[in-house]
Design a protein around this ligand. Structure first.
Ligand SMILES: [Ca+2]
Length: 517
């Protein structure tokens, strides 16, 4: 059909005779059941070769062989063929030829206008090519780079003032500074005492306040709430407000919420060899131990995985995710929620390289593995911040649950007997937060870390804990497991390695930001 079909969009002009030969062969070899369809194909092939009468006869024959169930479709084909014959007869051959000749004349004139250049020597030719290349690049610079730089400049001119005194902020940097320095356990967690912080205003952030549940202070990233494609006055961007239980309502258009994570000595990793020693986890692999102490400075880490809306706004229009905004998933499952993908779904199908480029562009970065685990554990020592067994993840994580196991048996077996309602990713913040306010550290999406993965013993850098690899490494670390991971893969100490160029539907980003001291 592709060679001879009546619709011009599938036709391959010039292949009509091949099509006719193939169609005749098909009729000769067809079984009784296939014969009517083969005859219809032959009819179209004949028509494509201009043999209208034979084509109509072949179509008639097709109707004699057709089964009762295929008859309506066959009749439709026959009608289509009759229409095509009528149309072909209606457009006289001469008319078509003269139209095509007109098109040829136009194209020849266009070709004649295109200049080719000859030079006396290769040096002039090189100069000409280089200058033309430069002119193209300048034009492109003018069209795309310059407006983008101007937009960044406009933003930069506003952001200093908005950082210091956003009209809609409920608290001030001075209040934040005083509370965090006092770390009295009421206005700010006593955890801030281990590494004291003299907080300066952090460019681009606005204080939200002390999360009443965690005692940790949270800050709002304005740029990720600002849509350069639909620019509004950033002074009118609403600043989120904590509910009494510490939760935040995730509205569409919401920017990144950063938690100020206390510094101190963090214990990273787990071991499965000594049930009496710290961080015993029977599922821990050799790579996860022995647990090591790392000195961490205070840092900022996003409370949620980066959302599709935030990526869209930070990138100026990119939509890299597999799960498309506006589409619905899991609707056929009785025990699934109505998972309509929206801006608050976490961005996935972004590589380490893409994530790093975008984050650095905005003064952000990926967390190190040590920072990630420190925040994920939030002071706990169990395999999951929720406890010792997989069942404790119920209501706290979107993992490979009973529902996902049933829909995708090839993903493996659920651990823990619960259904979280999601087969794919859930909107960020759907599940309850850990003691420091972080959502979805177990499950939903695996999260890229800054570090290379290493199979050899390695030191970690004091300050942020970055793994200092000495050998050539191929994989970056991802943490936390995804919606398709059984609970044991989503454990707090379990690293996975992934090539930095890999994009998949279950790996995303939790932005981090260094504290300006
Ligand atoms: Ca799930």
């Amino acid at each position: 059909m592709a060679l001879t079909g009546p619709q011009v969009e599938v036709r391959r002009d010039g292949a009509e005779l091949d099509g006719l030969a193939a169609a005749r062969a098909a009729v000769a070899r067809a079984t009784e059941a296939e014969r009517s369809q083969a005859a219809m194909i032959l009819a179209f092939a004949l028509f494509a070769c201009g043999r209208d009468a034979e084509a109509l006869a072949a179509a008639e024959q097709s109707m004699q062989w057709v089964s009762a169930s295929d008859r309506p479709q066959c009749a439709q084909f026959q009608e289509q063929l009759r229409g095509a014959v009528r149309d072909a007869v209606g457009a006289p051959f001469e008319t078509t030829v003269s139209r095509l000749q007109g098109e040829i004349a136009g194209l020849e004139a266009e070709v004649a206008r295109r200049r080719s250049w000859r030079f006396l020597n290769e040096a002039d030719g090189f100069l000409h090519r280089t200058l033309r290349d430069l002119a193209d690049k300048l034009a492109q610079f003018q069209q795309t780079t310059r407006p983008a730089v101007e937009e960044r400049l406009r933003w930069a001119r506003r952001i200093d003032e908005l950082t210091r005194s956003h009209p809609l902020a409920r608290t001030t940097w001075e209040a934040a500074r005083a509370a965090i320095a006092a770390a009295d356990g009421k206005l700010a967690s006593g955890l801030y005492r281990e590494v004291p912080i003299d907080l300066r205003p952090q460019m681009g952030l606005v204080p939200i306040g002390c999360n009443p549940a965690s005692g940790l202070w949270e800050f709002y990233d304005l740029r990720s709430a600002f849509d350069p494609q639909r620019p509004t006055d950033p002074a009118t961007l609403p600043i989120p407000v904590h509910q009494p239980d510490g939760s935040l309502l995730m509205a569409d258009g919401m920017g990144i919420v950063f938690v100020l994570v206390p510094g101190g000595t963090a214990l990273i990793g787990a071991q499965s060899t000594d049930a009496q020693a710290p961080r015993f986890d029977p599922a821990a692999r050799v790579l996860e131990g022995p647990p090591v102490k790392v000195q961490l400075e205070p840092f900022l880490l996003a409370r949620h995985e980066l959302t599709q809306g935030q990526w869209l706004r930070l990138s100026g229009g990119e939509r890299p995710s597999f799960y498309k905004i506006g589409e619905r998933y899991d609707v056929a499952q009785a025990d699934a929620v109505d998972n309509k993908i929206g801006e608050a779904h976490p961005v996935e199908r972004v590589s380490w390289e893409m994530a790093t480029r975008l984050l650095l562009h905005h003064g952000l970065d990926l967390p190190t593995e040590a920072q990630w685990e420190h925040a994920c554990r939030a002071g706990t020592d169990t395999p999951w911040w929720t406890g010792d067994d997989a069942q404790s993840l119920a209501g706290a994580a979107n993992v490979l649950d009973r529902l996902a196991e049933r829909v995708h048996p090839q993903w493996g077996r659920a651990e823990g007997d619960f259904t979280d309602g999601y087969v794919g990713p859930a909107p960020v913040g759907t599940f309850r937060a850990n003691p420091w306010g972080f959502h979805d550290v177990h499950g939903n999406l695996c999260e890229w870390c800054r570090d290379w993965a290493s199979n050899n013993p390695y030191p970690r850098r004091p300050g942020d804990g970055l793994i200092l690899v000495t050998e050539a490494a191929r994989f970056r670390i991802v943490r936390g497991g995804g919606y398709n991971s059984p609970a044991s893969i989503a454990r707090a100490s379990r690293p996975e390695g992934l090539g930095p160029e890999i994009r998949n539907t279950f790996t995303g980003v939790r932005p981090a930001r260094a504290l300006t001291r």
